[in-house]
Write a protein of this length. Structure first.
Length: 104
């Protein structure tokens, strides 16, 4: 009877070790899943924040591009006006030179 009790105790210890090992493995697996999900959530938040920054930069770039086009249009218009004024000035100087030659 003593031999059977020792065998049952040894089997009970073996089963307890297996249950403990499986329980510890399950616990560590649960911790791994929790850490993995926290990291995935953090990464998703970072990607969303980065995407929002890209949207802001794209909007800023679009505004700067519009401003640049407007400045270019104004500059072109001012250059056209300056050329017209220069042409008028040349005509006036030419007619003054002609008038002065006639006076001499």
């Amino acid at each position: 009877m003593n031999g059977q009790g020792a065998t049952l105790a040894a089997e009970s210890d073996l089963v307890g070790a297996w249950v403990g090992g499986i329980g510890a493995g399950g616990f560590f697996l649960l911790l791994i899943v929790i850490v993995w999900q926290l990291a995935a959530t953090w990464r998703a938040r970072m990607l969303a924040a980065r995407e929002e920054q890209y949207k802001q930069l794209a909007a800023k770039y679009a505004q700067l591009l519009e401003d640049n086009v407007e400045l270019h249009r104004r500059s072109t218009e001012e250059m056209r006006q300056t050329r017209e004024e220069l042409a008028q000035t040349r005509l006036a100087v030419t007619s003054m030179e002609k008038m002065m030659r006639e006076i001499e």
